[in-house]
Design a protein around this ligand. Structure first.
Ligand code: IPM
Ligand code: MG
Length: 363
């Protein structure tokens, strides 16, 4: 018997557990169809775990993540802990997890599908061929830079975050951006703020140094502010965008908005021996527990998991086609509908049921 695909599942907080449960249903169904032995096991992670056990990222969860073939994560974040400094909140475990897995590259693909076209806030001719891959550096920059301090008395305080990048960190993500562009439309846009930031100047220099190794890839540079404008006016101009941790975080939410909702974008965090698959969206506490969250990002993250772990391309494509088919049937969770039409929304489970039915019909 083949070694089973060992997936460590962290539902996390807010809508995380709900959407992850649905993604696991789809994963199980597709693995059965394609004869991929699967062992998916859930472990505590995040604010709920902290509340129950006093630990956000328990030792057993760490060990399970490190030993798994892949980690499927929902989301973290709970407003009950928002009074704490960011690095003391239980949701910090997500940064710990990325570090533990040495996941230095975060791939966030945004591709328009026929079924989603009417959900975009932009006119169809501006987005119908939209296909952008944001390649976000994930273990450096402002997220991890030291020192990080708060000094002074209330009313007279100073806060300090540090943006730090070593050339080697920039080089590996830029190189990956070029390689991924080679497998796509061969366009790479490096996004920075080199008119102000020293880290960005270094970033730009590294891109210029690496570029001659990829003569078939057309390189461009954009400042992050200008990039936001062009993403809205001419999103179809972009192929691969490579950027730092913070800018990549912001730009990927913008690309989600172009498709109509934060609820649709999956991601893969790669680089280490075990990769992490997580929706781009957060824990959306206002939607949690009502069965109305969009499971699309989680389900598509499961597709990315199959593609990147073990190369199960056919199974990944089957999930993506089934999601397209559910959308084409007109199924829409609340986040994808304009305000006046939200009474017609389907629920988390109903959307997934349609995906599962499409999977059975097409495979
Ligand atoms: C994301 C999220 C996270 C990030 C938060 C929850 C720490 O916004 O994955 O984009 O900023 O990386
Ligand atoms: Mg984000």
């Amino acid at each position: 018997m083949k070694h089973p695909l060992k997936v460590c599942v962290f539902g996390g907080d807010g809508i995380g557990p709900e959407v992850t449960d649905q993604a696991v249903r789809v994963l199980e169904a597709v693995c059965e169809r394609f004869n991929i032995p699967l062992e998916a096991t859930s472990y505590p992670f995040g604010s709920n775990s902290f509340r129950e056990t006093g630990v956000a990222f328990p030792e057993a969860s760490r060990a399970a993540a490190a030993e798994a073939d892949a980690v499927l994560m929902g989301s973290v974040g709970d407003p009950a802990f928002d009074h704490l400094p960011p690095m003391e909140r239980p949701q910090r475990c997500l940064l710990d997890l990325r570090q533990l897995l040495d996941a230095w590259a975060n791939l966030r693909p945004a591709r328009m599908s026929g079924g989603l076209l009417d959900c975009s806030p932009l006119k169809a001719d501006r987005v119908k061929d939209l296909d952008i891959l944001v390649v976000r550096e994930l273990l450096g920059g402002l997220y991890f830079g030291k020192p990080r301090t708060r000094t002074g008395e209330p009313g007279d305080q100073t806060a300090l975050d540090s943006m730090v990048y070593h050339e080697s960190e920039i080089e590996r993500i830029v190189r990956l951006g070029f390689e991924l562009a080679q497998g796509r439309r061969k366009k790479l846009c490096s996004v920075d703020k080199s008119n102000v930031l020293e880290c960005s100047r270094l970033w730009e220099e590294v891109v210029a140094r690496v570029a001659p190794e990829f003569p078939d890839v057309e390189v461009s540079h954009m400042y992050v502010d200008a990039c936001c404008t062009v993403l809205v006016t001419d999103p179809q101009d972009f192929d691969v965008i490579v950027s730092s941790n913070l800018f990549g975080d912001v730009l990927s939410d913008l690309t989600a908005g172009l498709l109509g909702s934060l609820g649709v974008l999956p991601s893969a965090s790669v680089g280490g021996p075990t990769s992490l698959f997580e929706p781009v969206h957060g824990s959306a506490p206002d939607l949690a527990g009502q069965g109305i969250a969009n499971p699309m990002a989680a389900i598509l993250s499961a597709a990315m998991l199959l593609r990147h772990t073990g190369g199960h391309e056919e199974a990944a494509l089957a999930i993506e086609a089934a999601v397209d088919s559910a959308l084409a049937q007109g199924l829409r969770t609340k986040d994808l509908l304009p305000r006046g039409e939200r009474d017609n929304a389907c629920g988390t489970k109903e959307f997934t049921d349609a995906v599962l039915a499409a999977l059975q019909a097409h495979v």
